[in-house]
Design a protein around this ligand. Structure first.
Ligand code: WT7
Length: 638
């Protein structure tokens, strides 16, 4: 791992503006004093135990944190609960019962509302239906679904009976889906006929069929009729329609009493090398930390209309479209479609129409919409908005200020939340009353201890770049990598010994203790906020018959943050033609799905390597950016 001051640093170093909360923001905030709240969170176990008390536990925990088998930490030891019981059923005896739990809206202007009472009944039907299909506690259920109510219902239904869901983003390719089904050994796949995107219906079923064809573990495929695409049976006898499956199913279903440490879900994410990592989250700690952080950071109340624009297929969708908002008893808006279709004000129209109060999106979306000009947000009534949020990559100060001015009307603080698939919940983020610096995620939340260290585990002084680490366990941390506890230990806990979690990001702290995240320290790219490993992209290139060797780096892109630049050595007998470039683009897109956005493909005769033959991507990157290559004493070109 190399620690380099990325070129983004120089821009951020000059960012000196501070935005203080207005009297109105302080007045409305549940937490008035940021520093006092941070101090209260210093007793980590006491802080999280107090937060856990808001939920219903079937059996109390006997110990908050057990570190004996570190890094296989356990939280709320001995406690028994059920996250669906807490996210749905718990509200039925309160006035939340008839409030809207999920508000589904799509780019075609269709919308429908599901109350907590209705959601409870749908979830129970699906839970019973899954049981009927032979799904039992601990079994894995894969999902390949658009953002829709059925996706949330299916996740909650799994959790209700103790099945472990593995949601695969519906933009992933056949191979990515099949690999993930295989790794998790999933029994059932839930998919849909299609998804709406930019005026078209994208077929999901044919991708699912092809993946199921290569997945002997799948006993049944359940198909949601969602987009009006004709459903052609791909696997006769092993396929059921979602609506027929739950029709007549019992709408009562007892919640499985889960151990706090029983697995809740697996979510695959890219690492530096090889097959994506199956991040495992468990029940009790995930429930407590996701809900608490949403309440603290976005000051969520029952009457909020909360909109997180992420897809359910990512951790942001799991934690903050589904679990946390329902645990908090608020209304969660689920949107399906493109942010600029039919017009570049698509999102702002949804805010206006539904009086959205808290809006959470990614910097890439803001930068994309900025291009169309401020007339689009200005043409909508956005006065319902109170707090804005950002996630997925560092937000550049220009985008921050545009968002603040034209979306938030200079009124709404922006919560720049740093976290990861692995952390489950926000880790570094302001609260509404914090003094904000555009481009900084500010400070670790109460109950979280983060720092910036060098490779020896020594804290680095303010202003210097280093590894972003978490120094103490937190309730919603990943517990392991599925089927690969060694990779879990090596990737996160062994780079710096002594119980220090290494996030894979580079950051620096300023004199005020504010954190400035500068990007990944490993071979992972962030394209439009989506994580993808260079090795996955390289193996997709190499799987093409013309390619002998491939090296991939990320190059800066004004909207997506980063895009792929590929250096390719061809096999003998293949010519460097524009047609081949086109074909390679198509091939990689087919192998990996549309998240792999290729900026450029260049052919080369040699690549910089170490003496042992490892490609030195940092040399390619330094040359690309015209910066100092650093120590290259081991470099050879072959
Ligand atoms: C990586 C995690 C967890 C949310 C979605 C992405 C980058 C995330 C920020 C932020 C700067 C950020 C980091 C991190 N990242 N949020 N606010 N500021 N960088 O989840 O796919 O697991 O990616 O996203 O590099 O390691 P993910």
């Amino acid at each position: 791992m190399v620690i380099e001051e990325e070129e983004t640093t120089s821009v951020l170093l000059h960012e000196r503006r501070v935005f203080r909360p207005s009297a109105a923001v302080v007045e409305a905030a549940r937490v008035k004093d940021w520093e006092a709240e941070l101090t209260a969170g210093q007793d980590i176990e006491a802080y999280w135990a107090a937060k856990a008390g808001q939920f219903e536990w079937f059996a109390p925990w006997t110990q908050v944190l057990d570190s004996r088998d570190a890094p296989f930490y356990k939280w709320f030891v001995g406690g028994r609960t059920n996250i669906t019981h807490n996210a749905v059923d718990r509200h039925l005896s309160t006035e939340r019962r008839d409030r809207v739990a999920l508000l589904y809206v799509n780019e075609r202007g269709e919308e429908y509302r599901v109350t907590y009472a209705e959601l409870a009944s749908e979830v129970n039907k699906m839970a019973n239906a899954l049981m009927k299909l032979g799904v039992r506690k601990g079994d894995r259920v894969a999902m390949y679904l658009p953002p829709c109510v059925e996706a949330a219902v299916s996740m909650l239904a799994c959790a209700k009976i103790g099945a472990v869901h593995s949601v695969v983003y519906a933009g992933f390719s056949v191979r990515a889906l099949a690999d993930r089904i295989h790794d998790a050994n999933a029994k059932v796949l839930i998919t849909a006929d299609g998804t709406f995107r930019r005026g078209k219906v994208i077929d999901l079923k044919s991708v699912a069929d092809e993946a199921v064809g290569a997945s002997p573990s799948i006993k049944t495929t359940v198909v949601v009729r969602h987009a009006g695409n004709p459903v052609v049976s791909g696997t006769i006898g092993r396929e059921m329609l979602y609506d027929e499956l739950i029709e007549g199913a019992n709408s009562e279903c007892a919640a499985e009493p889960m151990d706090a440490e029983d697995a809740l879900f697996i979510l695959y994410t890219s690492g530096s090398t090889g097959m994506p990592k199956g991040v495992v989250h468990t029940t009790g700690g995930y429930m407590v930390a996701t809900a608490t952080t949403l309440q603290t950071v976005f000051d969520i109340h029952d009457d909020d209309v909360w909109w997180c624009t992420a897809d359910v297929g990512w951790i942001t969708g799991h934690s903050y479209c589904v679990y946390a908002p329902l645990l908090a008893g608020t209304t969660s808006l689920i949107y399906e479609g493109a942010p600029d279709y039919p017009e570049p004000d698509a999102l702002w129209r949804v805010v206006e129409r539904n009086a959205v109060t808290k809006f959470y999106t990614a910097p890439t979306t803001i930068r994309h919409l900025m291009r169309f000009g401020e007339k689009w947000p200005q043409g909508c009534d956005l006065s319902s908005l109170k707090i804005l949020g950002s996630v997925g990559e560092p937000i550049n100060p220009e985008a921050w200020v545009w968002y603040y001015e034209h979306v938030g009307g200079l009124r709404c603080p922006i919560m720049d939340t740093w976290w990861q698939t692995e952390t489950g919940c926000f880790m570094i983020s302001p609260l509404p009353v914090s003094a904000l610096k555009p481009g900084s995620a500010t400070k670790p939340l109460p109950g979280i201890e983060a720092d910036v260290m060098d490779l020896d585990g020594k804290p680095v002084p303010p202003g210097r770049g280093g590894l972003l680490v978490i120094k103490t366990p937190w309730p919603s941390m990943l517990r392991t990598l599925y089927n690969n506890p060694d990779r879990y230990k090596k990737t996160y806990w062994e780079q710096i010994p002594g119980g220090i979690y290494v996030s894979g990001d580079i950051a620096r702290k300023d004199e005020d203790g504010y954190f400035w995240i500068q990007g990944r320290a490993d071979d992972v790219l962030k394209i439009a906020g989506h994580r993808i490993g260079t090795s996955e992209i390289e193996s997709a290139f190499v799987s093409h018959p013309a390619v002998s060797e491939a090296a991939v780096i990320g190059t800066p892109d004004p909207i997506r943050g980063e895009v792929i630049k590929a250096f390719i050595i061809l096999k003998e007998g293949y010519a460097e033609t524009p047609e081949l470039v086109k074909e390679l683009r198509k091939h990689v897109r087919h192998e990996l799905g549309p998240i792999a956005v290729i900026g450029a493909i260049v052919f080369t005769a040699t690549l910089p390597k170490t003496r042992s033959g490892k490609i030195m991507r940092r040399v390619l990157k330094a040359r690309e950016l015209g910066i100092d290559v650093g120590d290259v004493s081991t470099l050879i070109e072959t």
